[in-house]
Design a protein around this ligand. Structure first.
Ligand code: GDP
Ligand code: MG
Length: 163
């Protein structure tokens, strides 16, 4: 099986952009429910010879508020059960939302390492804004831009330190 890291977060925070950037090889999509709902994608990442499985959650979720939150809660639960470590991705452009808070509440209950990755930190102004996410109360916080790749190396270093 090997070491597994799951990426969780609201839709549009940049999970898939990050996932694709880190990926070495992509496994077949195994969770293809109904042909439309693509629950999770699995890939293998290699960082300086340290290899681990990466799960990208939440490819598509229905956008009715209730179902939406229920689906995201389900995915966080699965991530906590299946992964050795969790990347909790949030978005500096929107700031902390209610859904981020709800996910943070769930993630605080696991003893597995949680890495808060603030994405879309594309410039200095956003770097200042990103400090807001410290208030979620997690020990490991990273500011990155998945588009430029800035900061992603530090996340990989932290993830692979445990392997
Ligand atoms: P997901 O729903 O969490 O998987 O998010 P996606 O990876 O599909 O990205 C959602 C949107 O955010 C897309 O338009 C991306 O191009 C954009 N995005 C992702 N990463 C960054 C980033 O670092 N900076 C900026 N400005 N936009 C980003
Ligand atoms: Mg996605």
């Amino acid at each position: 099986m090997g070491y597994t890291v799951a990426i969780v977060g609201r839709p549009n925070v940049g999970k898939s952009t990050f996932f694709n950037r880190l990926l070495e090889t992509r496994k077949a999509i195994v969770d293809d429910i109904s042909g439309v709902t693509r629950d999770r994608q699995y890939g293998i990442a290699d960082w300086n010879g340290k290899v681990f499985n990466l799960i990208d959650t939440g490819g598509f979720v229905p956008n009715t508020e209730d179902i939406f939150e229920k689906e995201i809660r389900k995915q966080v639960k699965i991530a906590i059960d299946e992964a050795n470590a969790i990347v909790f991705m949030v978005d500096v452009a929107t700031g902390i939302t209610d859904l981020d808070e709800a996910m943070a509440d769930m993630l605080r209950r696991t003893t597995k390492p949680v890495y808060v990755v603030v994405n879309k930190v594309d410039n200095g102004t956003r770097e200042l804004e990103a400090t807001e996410f410290y208030s979620l109360g997690f020990a490991h916080n990273f500011f990155i831009s998945s588009i430029s790749g800035s900061g992603t190396g530090e996340v990989m270093d932290a993830i692979t330190a445990a392997i």
